[in-house]
Ligand binder design. Structure first.
Ligand SMILES: N[C@@H](CCC(=O)N[C@@H](CS)C(=O)NCC(=O)O)C(=O)O
Length: 208
């Protein structure tokens, strides 16, 4: 049985959505980072980095969204192009961009106070600018298309999570609205599996 360690609306949501879209049997273990549950000795045994997602498999624990998403896709063909070809490499390039550029910019913008000894507003402004540039690039890519790749994929699920983060109070009103991203977000939220997971996420958030 796959067990996903997940915090509500965190980046681990992409892995949760992928498991749901894949229709794979799995269990969600809620680790609320806002309550420090990712720093408990028990969780550090699962992931010594104290981060979500962590996916427990029969072969061991897998961390990092850019590894977990392809792992899930390979268990249930259809979520990414087949491994070994150029299309899969292109998908991997988008996953890497989302992780190393979009997620990193969000981290700086949402948690600017974590940059010790730096001016919080200056840190936030730099990261919001990087975020805006990255989102504009993806918005341009989505012009005239419904998906990041030729068809629906795990890349879309990963992107959706970051689009949802645009509503966080630290960045709300500081990012220029982008029409293709907004259209994409609505389209993704209308997928039945995504809508079902988002309903569960809202319940978890209400309990947080
Ligand atoms: N590169 C990792 C990043 C994981 C990550 O930063 N997770 C955040 C939630 S979005 C987390 O666990 N934060 C808790 C903390 O840093 O205390 C991935 O993509 O899986």
């Amino acid at each position: 049985m796959l067990r996903l360690h997940h915090s509500p609306l965190a980046c681990s949501l992409a892995s949760r959505l992928a498991l749901a879209e894949a229709g794979l049997p799995h269990e969600i273990v809620v680790v609320r980072t806002a309550r420090g549950e990712n720093r408990t000795p028990a969780y550090l045994q699962v992931n010594p980095r104290g981060k979500v997602p962590a996916l427990q498999t029969d072969d061991g624990v897998l961390t990092e969204s850019t590894a977990i998403l392809p792992y899930i896709a390979d268990l249930s063909p259809g979520l990414l192009p087949p491994a070994g070809g150029f299309a899969r490499a292109q998908a991997q390039a988008w996953l890497s961009f989302l992780s190393s550029t979009v997620h990193a910019a969000f981290t700086g913008a949402l948690r600017a106070e974590a940059f010790e000894g730096c001016d919080v507003e200056a840190v936030r402004a730099v990261h919001v600018a990087r975020l805006q540039a990255a989102l504009e690039e993806i918005d341009a890519h989505l012009a005239g298309r419904d998906h990041m790749l030729e068809a629906f994929s795990a890349c879309d699920l990963y992107l959706l999570v970051f689009l949802l983060w645009r509503g966080a109070p630290q960045v709300a009103g500081r990012l220029t609205p982008l029409a293709n991203l907004d259209r994409f977000q609505q389209h993704m939220l209308s997928r039945p599996a995504v809508a079902a997971v988002m309903g569960e996420e809202m319940k978890l958030m209400a309990e947080t």
